[in-house]
Design a protein around this ligand. Structure first.
Ligand code: CAO
Length: 571
């Protein structure tokens, strides 16, 4: 019989850590090991998995609460064969990885399973008492290979004890590996992208400090809680022999060794894994950011502030379009991965059209603040009319697109802000009095956007003939540059393929684009009953510098009304 049991925080090393995310809600069914909440310490984020499958009956924590070992996270109505919530230590699942700020290397004691792949900043690789080079190895991370996503040091760097050397990231957690002792990096045995596992040799350190295995084991939580930059290296005699020091403190031989060269910036400041993850998400190179925390530690607000400053400074000036000093996003270099290490590959250079498209799409995506407005149009009547028109005009294919072109032209007339272009300085809007509509056409060589000129002056059948002609020309590679110039607004129809919505990229210097997905029969409430109606999903992306959200919503509603009532279209 189903039984309500407690899901608790496993052994996370003694100190309380905040809950930063709740991934389930009351009523959710969860599988065993499905993540319930994310906790975050100074050096690691970790997800706490469900100890058994069941239904969440009550959540006992909220974001911001500080929790430590044994804290009840949720009450779960467990499936019949679930283990008891308060399982004895011997039955507790072993941590998949070492624990954050964990003072001991043993398995978690709490009833709940240990945080899923939450690599341990926690358990610092310990240093040997012997003098000379120290082999730094990966601590116990649970026996599963995890990729290195960032190296924070380079050969020759002086590091303090517990200073982060590199960050590992599993699908559930990130973890910094701290220096087991103060010293100078003599060798780095790994590079970004390498996968490492328990005991792997990652670096060789020429020790300076007097840290001992015993000291490292005794105080890791305190050490991990302090920003490394704030700590002074301890003085100690040089070590003479290399010693491999895994997390547990017992020297062992690394199973794998890497000798790839590492390219690193001159200095990498301290930031916690979550802050680094945030920086990566925004494409910010943390080395460019000045930390405002203790010892220069970079905070989340420093990253936001940096982005704000870059965006403000990066707006092109009227003087010549160049960004002000310090402007321009300083993006991380593109990841360089030797894919052949993982399986058979084939390299294929991009063709001319995809190369041009890629450059344009990347610029438009980066420079235009996009928002996409979604709307549904009821095209039941329109579709019946289209079919009839097609039967009466068998010599031409009357695509649904021609009606969309008509509706777009009517909307552009009503909302002239959409038939406009913003200049490079972002200071002047050019409003157009002509109505040229670009149509995205998928060809074997890539995406092209021929333009139907003066669409406002053309009837449905004329538009249908021209659409067939330009699509054919595009696929036969016969379009000229002039065929693709002068557009005011574009339509990208994926309706012949499928999908329910998408977010098309504005085709600069236009300010909006309409994405059309596949129409489908849906039950629509007509005031008395649900009636089957053919619903066409519209996705309108626009440049938010030029168009406000309310205006976009009005444009989309107007479009839907035009398509929903063919009498309006024929006006
Ligand atoms: N909902 C349901 N069915 C639709 C539809 C929609 N929104 N739009 C078209 N259809 C139907 C058509 O009626 C046609 O049906 P029939 O064969 O029975 O007549 C079928 O789907 C195939 O249509 P089509 O896509 O070949 O023709 P089209 O005139 O609708 O579109 C063109 C022409 C050139 C726009 C289209 O061929 C094309 O290339 N689309 C891709 C555009 C693209 O790649 N956009 C992405 C840009 S961003 O990467």
């Amino acid at each position: 019989m189903a039984d309500v049991k407690e899901a608790r925080v496993p052994d996370i090393g003694g100190s309380a850590v905040p809950v930063i995310e709740i991934m389930v809600k009351v009523g959710d069914r969860v599988e065993k090991d499905q993540s319930l909440v994310t906790l975050e310490s100074d050096k690691a984020t970790m997800e706490v998995p469900a100890p058994f499958a069941g239904v969440i009956k009550e959540l006992k924590v909220k974001v911001g609460d500080e929790v430590d070992e044994g804290h009840v996270i949720a009450l779960v109505e467990a499936d019949g064969d679930a283990p008891a919530a308060a399982a004895p230590k011997a039955e507790a699942p072993k941590a998949e990885v070492a624990k954050a700020d964990a003072p001991k290397a043993d398995a978690p004691k709490a009833a709940a399973p240990a945080p899923a792949p939450a690599p341990a900043a926690a358990k610092a690789p310990s240093a040997s008492k012997s003098s000379g080079p120290i082999n730094v190895t990966v601590p116990d991370i649970g026996g599963k290979p995890v990729p290195i996503i960032e190296l924070m040091v380079k050969v020759g760097d002086t590091v303090t004890k517990d200073q982060s050397l590199m960050t590992l990231e599993s699908d559930k957690a990130t973890m910094d590996i701290p220096a087991p002792s103060a010293g100078v990096i003599k060798e780095l045995k790994v590079k970004v992208g390498d996968e490492v596992n328990d005991g792997d040799l990652i670096a060789v350190l020429e020790g300076e400090g007097g840290d001992t295995a015993a000291e490292a084991d005794a105080q890791p939580a305190a050490a991990a809680a302090k920003p490394a930059a704030a700590e002074a290296p301890a003085e100690a005699p040089k070590r003479e022999a290399a010693a491999d020091v895994p997390a547990g403190g017992a020297p062992r031989t690394p199973p794998v060794s890497f000798d790839a060269s590492v390219v690193m910036p001159d200095s990498v400041p301290y930031a916690s894994p979550s802050v680094r993850a945030y920086a990566r998400e925004l494409g910010v190179d943390v080395a460019q950011v000045k930390g405002s925390g203790r010892g220069g530690r970079i905070q989340r607000e420093d990253i936001s502030g940096y982005v704000k400053q870059v965006m403000t400074a990066g707006v092109p000036t009227s003087a010549g379009g160049t960004a002000a000093a310090g402007g321009g996003l300083s993006l991380l270099p593109w990841p360089k991965v030797d894919f052949s290490k993982f399986g058979e590959i084939e390299e294929k250079p991009l063709g001319r059209i995809p190369k041009i498209s890629a450059a344009n799409l990347a610029r438009n995506w980066a420079m235009i603040p996009h928002v996409t407005q979604f709307e549904d149009a009821d095209i039941t009547e329109l579709e019946a009319f289209r079919k009839k028109l097609g039967e009466e005009n068998k010599d031409v294919k009357v695509s649904p697109l021609v009606f969309q072109i008509k509706a777009v032209v009517a909307a552009l007339k009503k909302f002239p802000q959409f038939n406009a272009s913003l200049d490079a300085a972002g200071e002047t809007l050019t409003l157009k009095k002509y109505f040229n509509v670009g149509i995205a056409v998928d060809t074997p060589d890539g995406l092209v956007v021929p333009v139907i000129r003066d669409a406002d002056k053309k009837g449905l059948l004329e538009l249908a003939a021209e659409l067939s002609e330009i699509s054919k020309k595009a696929r036969d590679k016969k379009l000229t540059a002039a065929d693709m110039q002068g557009g005011c607004f574009s339509i990208s129809s994926l309706g012949g393929i499928g999908g329910t919505a998408f977010t098309p990229i504005v085709n600069a210097p236009e300010v909006a684009i309409l994405g059309v997905s596949k129409a489908a029969m849906k039950p629509v409430w007509n005031g008395k009953e649900f009636a089957p109606r053919l619903i066409l999903p519209l996705s309108l992306s626009y440049d938010h510098r030029v168009i406000d959200g309310a205006l976009a919503a009005r444009f989309a509603v107007f479009l839907a009304n035009q398509l929903g009532d063919i009498r309006r279209l024929l006006l």
